[in-house]
Unconditional design. Structure first.
Length: 131
């Protein structure tokens, strides 16, 4: 029973990792070294995302093979979570673009406080005026 649970966890982690790595070429703008090449799209290839997707597939294939027992399944699920965390940390640009698209291009602002003092300023001691 436990082995089936770990297979499901590893499969869910695989799906999350593929989505995180797969959204990279869709959400990030293409950048070229020269303006003419960037306009033509000739300088940009999809080799990087394809290599990352292949690596994710190979790693999770091994993890799925590992997840047959209870103890090895725990290790496989934990290592899969680390891979997903690494993919999430590498996808910060894509997450920022997605958040900007979902919020309508407006960055969230912090609420202003009435008694805000300049950064690093300490309040004057009691009984001493701030003038």
């Amino acid at each position: 029973m436990a082995a089936r649970t770990y297979h499901r966890i590893v499969l869910a982690e695989f799906a999350i990792a593929v989505v995180l790595v797969g959204m990279s070429p869709i959400l990030t703008p293409r950048k070229g070294t020269k303006p003419e090449a960037a306009a033509a799209g000739a300088a940009v290839t999809l080799a990087g995302p394809l290599v990352r997707l292949t690596a994710v597939c190979v790693v999770f294939f091994v993890l799925a093979l590992m997840a047959t027992g209870a103890k090895a399944g725990k290790v496989a699920a934990a290592f899969g979570a680390l891979v997903v965390l690494g993919a999430l940390l590498n996808a910060t640009d894509e997450i920022g673009v997605l958040a900007k698209a979902l919020t309508g291009g407006q960055a969230p602002t912090a609420p202003a406080t009435a008694n805000a003092s300049p950064a690093g300023a300490t309040p004057p001691p009691q009984g001493v005026s701030a003038a």
